[in-house]
Design a protein around this ligand. Structure first.
Ligand SMILES: [Zn+2]
Length: 72
């Protein structure tokens, strides 16, 4: 259950194929681009965009503010 291709967010169920909850930044690369997005649950996602579309290649856990006192 650790695959991140064609799945949903394991923390809140947001579909990877849906419109990102929030786009943090985009970076153009020779192969296409990289998009950093934040999920509705606070999880940061790194998406690679190429001629086949976009896919999540890495994601963090949900926002720590939900699971403990805000230290920052
Ligand atoms: Zn999520």
């Amino acid at each position: 259950m650790t695959s991140t291709t064609g799945t949903v967010c394991p923390h809140c169920g947001w579909p990877d194929g849906a419109e990102p909850f929030q786009v943090m930044s985009t970076h153009t690369t020779a192969a296409g681009g990289t998009v950093w997005t934040r999920c509705a649950c606070g999880s940061l996602q790194v998406r690679v965009v190429d001629d086949r579309g976009s896919r999540v290649v890495s994601r963090s856990g949900p926002s720590p503010a939900r699971s403990g006192p805000a230290a920052l």
